[in-house]
Design a protein around this ligand. Structure first.
Ligand SMILES: *[C@@H]1O[C@H](CO)[C@@H](O)[C@H](O)[C@H]1NC(C)=O
Ligand SMILES: *[C@@H]1O[C@H](CO)[C@@H](O)[C@H](O)[C@H]1NC(C)=O
Ligand SMILES: *[C@@H]1O[C@H](CO)[C@@H](O)[C@H](O)[C@H]1NC(C)=O
Length: 509
């Protein structure tokens, strides 16, 4: 109750100040939320983890990876397991798809992009028209306040700031379809799925809500609206009623100071901002505050040339250049390296993502319990599919908290998938036979395992809780209990604590 009121208050304050962020005050004051600071970026090559390089990463090709242009077939290792394993549940977190910038560069024309949807525009998708008609029926669904008043499709000829583009819609129709294919043969959701089996949640931004719906439509084409409830997460951390954590805020503030120091120490970056500001005829700090990289990325992703202004006196005029862009991006890549080295962000991330991970773990445990031999199935089924539609400031800490520190920064429409698997039931007879004895049989229930995937790649054995698991043993997958003890205790060792409460409320030392 209290948090719902607080959420509305925050929502109100944010809307009034036109701060282009989701309602949590602690996010990245120095640069853009959801696309600014730490835009250190998606993947350009086929791999989620950069291949150890002998040369510097190329900031331009990295940026193209971040765009995630939907023009090629994609890898998807979701749904892969040893034979006879049963898929019990899947929980997905997505980042919204391609969006219009959150900031504009003063004195320049904003990128000309039409956010209305049309199959005449590229990129398109075979499901686009039926998706549009299905969204028109959305009034039949259940919407947690304030989601009912958020538009379900992007709809401005001149995109609004932060609006999802057609590219963003197509990215998520494709994601949903990929997982539809991956899970089809596992019968994850029966065609007669019940409301409890599907959980969908989103922040209150139109780009996350619309991304979630596009994903869902690709995953479950023509789903029955009347069975769907779309839930609201007021915090970009998806922390529900457990958001209060003073120590987390302190780590974030320290992390922001680190980031600020690194930036001002970068003379090449400083010179670049001075050059760009001179071209545009404005103060350097004015340009910096406008967070130009956000807008430049949008130009790049949409194949638009960088903004220009007419030549004037005193050296103003000309175009922003690709080499200026590359310098800003290079500094952001350096920042990622420094961030990992210092480790403050990781501590922040552990505390930031605990509530989400705790919820994820609890769901898995519930579903695993209910699958135990001899249990009566619960009426209405279990929570087998969860979709959380989120931001880069959600997914980046999630990756860090899982120990996937080397993973690339979440590109547009990035996805993290948690799968829960169960091995086949064995009988004592089988076990003994294997041991060379043979004889009477007694059923032994299968064991439960977790897989974690990032953008279709299996990263389970890169996570903190399964990095040292010996997967050549009789267990080819990562036991769920590793994840459970990580979330319930082990993850806090990084902050010298054994619980969330203990870590959040310890006195600063
Ligand atoms: C996809 O688009 C990107 C960015 O526009 C481009 O660099 C790449 O060559 C395209 N790939 C294909 C297969 O068309
Ligand atoms: C963690 O999850 C458990 C359910 O397994 C719940 O009882 C508890 O309140 C959660 N803790 C937090 C801080 O979210
Ligand atoms: C961790 O906690 C212990 C016991 O409270 C304390 O002695 C130790 O100095 C702490 N270490 C760090 C790095 O904070």
């Amino acid at each position: 109750m209290v948090s719902a009121v607080a959420a509305h208050l925050l929502f109100f304050i944010i809307s009034v100040n036109l701060i282009p962020t989701t309602p949590i005050v602690e996010e990245r004051p120095f640069q853009a939320i959801d696309g600014g600071l730490g835009l250190v970026l998606g993947k350009s090559r086929k791999r989620v983890f950069p291949v150890p390089h002998t040369q510097e990463p190329n900031p331009i090709s990295e940026a193209y990876g971040y765009c995630n242009t939907p023009n090629r077939t994609e890898q998807a290792w979701e749904g892969h397991s040893p034979a006879d394993y049963k898929l019990l549940s899947v929980q997905v977190m997505i980042r919204h798809g391609d969006r219009y910038p959150l900031y504009s560069i003063p004195k320049t024309k904003r990128p000309a992009i039409d956010c209305t949807l049309s199959t005449n525009r590229s990129p398109s998708h075979p499901l686009l028209n039926s998706f549009i008609s299905h969204m028109a029926q959305g009034g039949r669904g259940h919407w947690e306040s304030p989601l009912g008043s958020v538009p379900r499709l992007p709809n401005h000829n001149v995109c609004e700031m932060g609006e999802l583009t057609q590219t963003g819609v197509v990215q998520h129709l494709r994601n949903g379809q990929l997982l539809h294919q991956a899970y089809k043969r596992h019968n994850l959701l029966p065609s007669s799925w019940s409301p409890r089996q599907l959980w969908v949640e989103t922040t209150g931004k139109s780009r996350t809500l619309q991304s979630g719906l596009a994903f869902l439509y690709g995953f479950l084409p023509d789903f029955d609206w009347t069975k769907l409830t779309v839930r609201h997460q007021w915090s970009t951390l998806f922390c529900g009623s457990a958001c209060d954590c003073p120590a987390r805020n302190r780590y974030l503030e320290e992390e922001q100071r680190r980031q600020y120091r690194l930036r001002v120490a970068d003379t090449e970056l400083e010179r670049t901002y001075v050059d760009m500001a001179r071209t545009l005829g404005m103060l350097t700090r004015q340009l910096r505050a406008a967070n130009p990289i956000d807008s430049l990325l949008c130009h790049l992703c949409h194949g638009l040339s960088f903004p220009c202004i007419p030549m004037g006196d005193s050296g103003t005029g000309g175009c922003l250049t690709m080499s200026q862009f590359a310098v800003i991006r290079r500094q952001q890549l350096d920042d990622e390296v420094d961030r990992r080295r210092v480790g403050l962000y990781h501590k922040y991330a552990i505390l930031a993502m605990y509530p989400y991970l705790n919820r994820t773990a609890a769901k898995m445990e519930r579903v695993a319990k209910s699958s135990e031999a001899g249990r009566q199935p619960r009426a209405g089924g279990e929570e087998v599919f969860t979709l959380s539609s989120a931001h880069d400031v959600t997914m980046a800490p999630l990756l860090s908290a899982l120990g996937l520190e080397e993973a690339r920064f979440p590109r547009f429409a990035a996805r993290v998938v948690f799968e829960l698997w169960k091995s086949p039931t064995t009988t004592q007879g089988q076990l003994k036979k294997r041991a060379g004895k043979g004889d009477k049989s007694k059923a032994k229930d299968g064991e439960v395992f977790i897989r974690v995937l990032y953008n279709g790649e299996d990263v389970t054995f890169h996570t903190t809780f399964c990095r040292s698991h010996d997967r050549h043993a009789s267990q080819p997958l990562c036991p769920l209990k590793n994840f459970l003890s990580f979330v319930r205790r082990d993850m806090f060792s990084v902050v010298n604590a054994t619980s969330y409460q203990g870590a959040c409320y310890r006195r600063p030392g």
